[in-house]
Structure formats: C-alpha cells, structure tokens
Design a protein around this ligand. Structure first.
Ligand SMILES: C[S@@+](CC[C@H](N)C(=O)[O-])C[C@H]1O[C@@H](n2cnc3c(N)ncnc32)[C@H](O)[C@@H]1O
Length: 439
C-alpha cells in the first residue's frame, strides 16, 4: 500500500471516529474505487451502515471484508453482530464461532454466540459462551445481564437472579435496564413458582435502591404493596423504550387483541358511516396499532397520538399514520387540551393507572360535547376491591368501580363487552371493552 493510500485511510478512520459519518463514507468509497479489496475501507463502511441501523448494507460490506481476509477478527465479529441484529441467528452463531477460532480471548464474539444461541434455544451453548465472556471480563454488567437470561431459560433461577443482581451492582450508573431485567426475572419466576422464596431478596433490592423510582415501583408491585395509585412515569418510559423495537412482534405472540376489539366496537357504533370526520386522540398510542384503523375515521380533522415513551413514538412515526405525535404523560396532556377531541381511544393503557378519578376527569375536560371514549380495562379477579396492583406492575379493575368512576366523571356508558384481551403465561387476561359518551 503506498503512503498516500495509508494517509487517506487514516483520514477516513479519523473522520469516522469523530462522527463525520458522511465524509468518512465518501472517502471510504473513493478508496474502494482505487483498491476494491481495501479491508479498512470495507470494515469502516460496514460500521458506518451498522450505526445507522442499515444492517443489510452493513452485512454486505462485512461479508466483502471477510471474503478478502478470512483471518480478520473485527470483520468476522462485526459480521456476526450484524447478523444477530438482523435476527439471522444461525448465521450469527456460525460467524461468531469463526471469530472465536481466530481470537480466543475477546469477549465480544462469545457474547454474540451466547445471545444468538439463546434465540435459537440452544441454551447450553448460550450459558457456556456467556460464562466464558464473564470470565474474560468479570466487570461487564451486560455479559452478566445476558447470562442471567440464559440461566432463567435453563430454569436455574438462583443463578439467574444472582447474575442479574451482579449486573445491577456492576453498572456504575445503576443502569435502569439492569434493574428492569432483575425485576422481570423476579416476576417471571413468581409466575412459575411461589414468590415467597424470593421475598427477602426483593426487600433487599428495594431497600438498597430506595431512591430509584423503577426499583420502588417494580419491587412494591412484587411485594403486593396495594397503596400505589399509578405506575411510575420513569418506569413506564424505561420499559416501553426498551420494549419498543420488539413490541409489535411480542404482542402478536401474546395473542394481543385490544386494538382489534376497539376496532370492532367502533365499527358497530359507526356502522355504515365509515368516514365520520372526527378529531381523534389515540391515548398511549404506542407503536400505532390502533392508528391503522383510526385513520379512516379522522379524515380532514386529524388523528393525534400521545405517549410517554419516545421509543414507542419513534416506531409509530415510521408508520406515517398520525397527524401529530405528542411525547407527554397522558393526564397532563389532556388537562392542557380542553374540549378538543370528538373521539378518544385507549387500548391497554389505563392498566397503568389504579385510581382512575383524575384520568377520567381529564378525559371529560378534553372531549368535546357528545364526544366519545373507547378503552380497554383488565378485569380484577384477584380480590373484591376497586383495583389491584398485579405483580406484573399492571393494575386490574372491577367493572363496578369503572361504572362508578365514569358516572362520577359525567361519562355515560354506551357499550360494555367482556372479552379476552391477551395471554399472560398460560392464562388468559380477561377484561372489558367500554365505550362512554360525554354527557
Ligand atoms: C401496552 S401499550 C399499548 C399501546 C397501544 N395502545 C396498542 O394497543 O398497541 C401501553 C402504551 O401506553 C403508554 N402509556 C402508559 N402510561 C402512560 C401515561 N401515563 N401517559 C402516556 N402514555 C402512557 C406506554 O408508553 C405504551 O406505549
């Protein structure tokens, strides 16, 4: 390689490292026009597309890099990582194994092999690779986090909790994702076994991190603390941000029916009037599953979506359904927008609020006269109270309470249907689809 070429590659790399991505991209492509097999330009282009989530282009460049130099560890490991992101788990395992064969002392390839193996249910391989990763770097909180999930799938709950706990302790900034992982493991284990064996551990978690609102909320739900009236906003933001990219696929796996049930009830109400030109608010719109069918009801007047999670809104935006997407807590948004909407829907959202008084007052204020709200609510089969905070962190409500609170908020019930909303573990979650009108 001549001196000029070396300097050009150095320049491209430093542009990439300094975040000047489009300049780095141009320079790498220029290098490839002279030297089509330049390994540095190929890997850097792969990295450039990878960080922009263009995994298909990244894969092509990494594959070219690997075909030019099949002994290049970064090319091999980055290709494996990219295939993992593309959910091509078997291929990811193959390339991660090849990367390990090239370099036995780097944790990255073991983590990719471990995580990809988990996805194809090769749990033994997952545990073994992730154990190697934590042995190579015992300070890596994420390697412990992944290992905790592999142990959980192996039904080795004690090891799962101890690794998730270690991840929490290792993360310097007490990364909330590690707390959420630990909380979810407690919850999943509680669904399968008795929670009693873990109560002391959960109490210690809540005590040690008493200033963390997410730990407080998840821990107290697990400990059956019924004084809580509403889900913590930081908890909601965090779980739905983390969940957002997989939301649509995970929910279809849970046989999630809330949007379809609301669509059906809307159809029954509006019958042949298919385009009633309503100004609509999708409360807790998430990734936009309700937006799809609401659009035809909102011609000309507009369809707004409000949600507390930026991650969920980002996915909704890509679907190009909504006139406006608003990042806000729902009650405060409703309070700031009086007499604005003809129709509101809320699919599987009010389950994050226990005491519904303030919420329905705000709904009333924000609806126009004769405006309508359609929502789902999960049924309280746990006790005879108005609402109950389930260990999952979601509230369930009694129908009597809903009727009482709607009446108190001057919202008249139009229709109530008892339906299955989704699965939870082996069980059906039953609930109500309700339509009410502002008097
Ligand atoms: C289970 S998802 C349902 C999403 C969507 N309605 C659907 O059916 O696909 C609940 C959504 O409500 C949002 N959410 C929960 N509590 C909220 C609040 N207090 N304010 C605004 N959004 C909230 C969450 O961020 C999440 O996107």
């Amino acid at each position: 390689m001549n001196k000029n070429m070396n300097e050009t590659i150095d320049r491209a790399l430093s542009l990439y490292e300094n975040g000047q991505i489009s300049k780095a991209e141009k320079l790498c492509k220029k290098i490839l026009r002279t030297d089509g097999k330049n390994i540095h330009a190929l890997i850097t282009l792969g990295n450039i597309y990878y960080i922009q989530n263009d995994y298909n282009s990244a894969e092509n460049y990494y594959k070219k890099a690997v075909s030019v130099a099949d002994d290049n560890y970064p090319a091999m490991a980055n290709l494996a990582n990219c295939l993992y992101e593309e959910k091509k788990y078997k291929q990811a395992c193959n390339y991660a194994q090849k990367a390990i064969d090239l370099k036995k002392d780097d944790k990255l390839a073991y983590i990719i092999l471990g995580n990809s193996s988990q996805e194809i249910d090769n749990i033994e391989e997952a545990v073994s690779s992730l154990l190697t990763a934590v042995n190579l770097d015992p300070t890596d909180s994420w390697a412990y986090n992944y290992l905790s999930q592999a142990y959980f799938k192996q039904r080795d709950y004690l090891k799962a909790i101890s690794c998730a706990w270690k991840a929490v302790k290792l993360s310097e900034r007490n990364e909330n994702a590690h707390h959420i992982n630990l909380g979810y493991l407690f919850y999943e284990i509680a669904l399968e076994e008795k929670i009693d064996s873990m109560v002391d551990c959960i109490k210690l978690w809540v005590k040690n991190y008493k200033d963390n609102p997410i730990v407080n909320y998840m821990g107290n739900a697990l400990l059956n603390n019924q004084k809580i009236k509403m889900a913590d906003t930081q908890y909601l933001q965090n779980i739905f941000d983390i969940f957002s990219t997989d939301f649509d696929s995970v929910l279809s796996g849970l046989d999630y029916k809330a949007p379809a049930l609301i669509e059906k009830m809307l159809g029954d109400i509006y019958k042949s009037n298919k385009h009633p030109r309503l100004k609509i608010l999708d409360i807790g719109c998430g990734t936009g599953l309700c937006g799809k069918f609401l659009k035809s009801y909102s011609k000309w007047r507009g369809l707004d979506g409000v949600d507390i999670s930026e991650g969920m809104l980002k996915i909704a935006k890509t679907k190009k359904i909504y006139s406006r997407l608003i990042h806000s807590e729902m009650i405060s948004y409703l309070q700031k927008n009086p007499k604005t909407y003809d129709l509101m829907v809320a699919a599987d959202v009010f389950t994050y609020v226990g005491d519904l008084q303030n919420l329905f007052e705000a709904v009333y204020d924000s609806l126009k006269k004769n405006g309508r709200i359609l929502f789902t609510i999960s049924e309280n089969t746990q006790n005879d109270k108005s609402y109950y905070l389930h260990i999952s962190g979601r509230f369930v409500h009694s129908l009597e309470y809903i009727k009482f609170i709607l009446n108190k908020s001057m919202l008249e019930i139009e229709k109530v249907e008892r339906k299955k909303l989704r699965n939870e573990g082996e069980n059906n979650v039953m609930g109500y689809v309700i339509s009410a009108i502002k008097k």
